[in-house]
Ligand binder design. Structure first.
Ligand code: FES
Length: 110
């Protein structure tokens, strides 16, 4: 599929999070200054949809409180299983390549 347009720059103010659907994947698009990032919008715990809301660059799952950094996709906390965070198993959100073409924000979901 390659890069597809998911938003325009005007739709993403600084600090804004936009939830978009590309094919069968749900993504969070996050803008910090001139940086725009795209991560999976599915919690890695039970694959439920994450909210399009961030606080200090962190999105929190409404179900059991898992937290993920939007800049890196890194899992900061995971529900009732601190041992899992110490293991080698990753609970991070998948990150997708982003490019800006004119004023269009494009994401590669392949
Ligand atoms: S489904 Fe997200 S923390 Fe459990």
């Amino acid at each position: 599929m390659g890069f597809v347009t998911v938003a325009t720059l005007e739709q993403l103010s600084d600090g804004a999070v936009l939830k978009v659907q590309v094919a069968e994947q749900e993504l969070l698009i996050y803008r910090v200054g001139t940086a725009i990032l795209a991560v999976s919008a599915r919690c890695t715990h039970l694959q439920v949809s994450l909210p399009a809301h961030q606080e200090n660059g962190v999105v929190t799952c409404a179900f059991h409180g898992a937290q993920f950094e939007l800049l890196s996709g890194q899992c900061r906390s995971y529900p009732n299983s601190p041992k899992l965070l110490d293991s080698n198993q990753s609970h991070d959100l998948r990150i997708y390549p982003v490019r800006i073409l004119e004023n269009r924000v494009q994401v590669d979901c392949d």
